[in-house]
Design a binder for this molecule. Structure first.
Ligand SMILES: [Cu+2]
Length: 129
């Protein structure tokens, strides 16, 4: 079967649109910064996102922080909350300029802590709808 050159070009253009579409459906990324002054804090402390969105935490300062969604690693387990079906996760120690990202695939309200400054009130909330 012969394919006319122009028809082939149009087919290819159509294919490119199909390939590009899933990228448009991907979630957005919301940024949270980790502040040291006057005390450790996640800024903003609460983010509202949709399923499939990503949160990116950045530690711009010299004090080590963490993003801990694991009640087993929190000083006070009840400071961490996970919706049913969501697995615990943890950034590990985040030094200066470290970043950590997580894509949320389970709806619900999450509460998390910095395991180093939890007692100072360095806690945050992610609401996934
Ligand atoms: Cu901290």
């Amino acid at each position: 079967m012969k394919i006319h050159r122009r028809a082939f070009t149009e087919m290819f253009a159509g294919l490119a649109v199909v390939v590009a579409s899933p990228a448009l459906a991907q979630g957005k990324t919301v940024e949270v910064s980790m502040k040291n002054s006057p005390k450790g804090a996640f800024v903003p402390a609460t983010v509202n996102i949709s399923v499939g969105d990503t949160v990116k935490w950045t530690n711009p300062g010299v004090i080590t922080h963490s993003v801990t969604f694991d009640p087993g690693k929190a000083t006070t387990a009840s400071n961490v909350l996970l919706p049913a079906g969501a697995a615990p996760f943890d950034s590990g120690d985040m030094e200066e300029d470290a970043t950590f990202t997580h894509t949320f695939t389970v709806k619900g309200t999450y509460k998390y802590v910095c395991k180093f400054h939890e007692a100072m009130g360095m806690v945050g909330t992610v609401v996934v709808s």
